[in-house]
Design a protein around this ligand. Structure first.
Ligand SMILES: COc1ccc([C@@H]2N[C@@H](C)[C@@H](O)[C@H]2O)cc1
Length: 449
């Protein structure tokens, strides 16, 4: 145990109601929107190979030319209601929205910089209509905020000189001012999703960031802040020098999903995922592999089966419309969630051995188990291993609860759930209602070897 002043201030999961609700969300939406949506990954007919929201860092565009995009931001097709309804149709229970990405452009009329929506042709606050529209759909809002801010004169990647230090002090106050401003303007926001916190300049601010986190939590009791916000005094990020998670949930699962329960170290976590390989902001040319509905459903099931949430990214166009491919995916996912969301919402890690047919989830606060099936075996028999003192009371398709399935005991703790129909074209859910096991005669001796 290393003595730490600015390490984690909590061991284990938060147990309050706000975090318990967050834990049960299951499926979320990420929105990346800003000036980068105007070029959409292309400039003067040339395509930028990186992620579209990073196009400013491309030496194919003079920085000042990119920064002048503020004078072109006029999203005439922006409709907050439409975005929120799309998320509702998908079955998202929370949304994380970029208030300010690395380019420093603020989607709210911040008092602390001119580089905001207020000085664009659009003029009006974007965040307020969005927060209100998502609140109206019953979808909780988390505010994404990039500490790294390429527009602010005080930003530094590292603090090397006296001048750096003086400039960065101003930048730190600016950052604090903006965060308290966001919490004041959008009081229904449930949390802050920090990004752009990996550079040495910010890592060196362990004390400042720790005090700021404490101040924000006091300002907004219940506020949810992930592990990416701050480093401890030894520069350790996400996990402090004693290996304890910083913040309320692990924020390291970006475009990747844990494989086994040990990978999540007993913490809350969410995975944020792009539809293409690596595009958060709108990119005209969706090159490479575009994930399908079934892939995204499997990612959702896998995340929930390991105790996390899956957050799918949408990158609205520069005119404010959501691209048709994302709308289609939202509708396809939502169509599946309409029948099967009981196996996703307020579910958790079931503690059972993973089987090839798919993923187990367990309803929080109940013994009810769900089998989310993606791979039907040629035998039509789904293997289930239960703890010794448990057997299967009832099993049935979530979509046809009246039709009981035959659960055959094949050894003390193993069962086969026999499917009637093995030609499933879609992922489906089998419900298991376990019961205490009656001591049954057929206990087979273990082979002597
Ligand atoms: C390789 O370094 C980065 C840095 C920032 C990111 C940002 N985090 C995602 C949530 C997006 O905002 C992306 O721009 C991704 C990769």
């Amino acid at each position: 145990q290393i003595e730490l002043k600015h390490g984690s201030h909590r061991i284990g999961k938060r147990t309050d109601a706000v975090m318990q609700k967050w834990r049960g969300y299951g499926l979320g939406q990420f929105i990346h929107w800003g000036l980068y949506a105007i070029p959409g990954g292309e400039w003067n007919g040339k395509q930028y190979n990186g992620a579209a929201e990073w196009i400013r860092s491309w030496n194919g565009i003079p920085k000042s030319t990119y920064d002048s995009l503020i004078y072109k931001f006029n999203p005439v097709n922006f409709n907050a209601e439409e975005w929120a309804v799309t998320a509702k149709q998908m079955g998202a229970r929370y949304v994380t929205i970029t208030t300010k990405h690395h380019d420093g452009f603020c989607l709210w009329p911040s008092k602390y910089t001119r580089y905001t929506i207020a000085n664009s042709p659009w003029k009006k606050d974007i965040m307020k209509p969005l927060v209100d529209a998502y609140d109206k759909q019953g979808i909780d809002v988390i505010l994404y905020f990039s500490v790294m801010d390429w527009n602010h004169p005080g930003w530094r990647y590292d603090i090397k000189t006296k001048e750096d230090s003086i400039a960065f002090e101003g930048f730190k106050q600016f950052t604090r001012n903006q965060l308290l401003e966001l919490l004041t303007l959008y009081p229904t926001a449930k949390g802050l999703w920090f990004d752009g916190t990996w550079d040495k300049s910010w890592i060196k601010q362990a004390a400042f960031a720790d005090e700021l986190e404490t101040e924000m939590r006091k300002f907004r009791p219940g506020l949810i802040i992930g592990s990416r916000f701050r480093a401890d005094e030894n520069g350790k990020r996400h996990f402090d020098s004693n290996g304890v998670l910083m913040g309320d949930y692990e924020q390291g699962w970006e475009r990747k999903i844990p494989n086994k329960i040990e990978d999540v170290h007993g913490n809350d976590w969410d995975c944020v995922m792009t539809v293409p390989e690596n595009q958060w902001g709108y990119n005209k040319a969706w090159k490479g592999h575009i994930k399908t509905r079934n892939e995204l459903l499997e990612m959702t099931a896998k995340c929930v089966s390991l105790g996390g949430n899956f957050v799918l990214n949408f990158g609205p166009q520069g005119d404010g419309a959501i691209r048709k491919e994302e709308k289609q995916l939202a509708a396809q996912i939502g169509d599946w969630m309409k029948t099967n969301s009981e196996a996703i919402y307020n579910c958790e890690y079931a503690g059972l051995e993973k089987q090839d047919w798919g993923y187990f989830t367990k309803k929080t606060g109940s013994d009810k188990l769900y089998m989310i099936v993606f791979n039907v075996p040629v035998s039509g028999a789904l293997k289930v291993k239960l703890p010794a003192n448990t057997s299967i009371g009832k099993s049935y398709l979530l979509a046809q609860p009246a039709q009981l399935l035959n659960a055959e005991e094949i050894s003390g703790t193993e069962y086969f759930i026999h499917l009637k129909n093995t030609a499933a074209g879609n992922p489906f859910v089998v419900v298991l209602e376990p019961t205490a096991k009656k001591a049954s005669g057929n206990t087979y001796d273990k082979a002597k070897t």
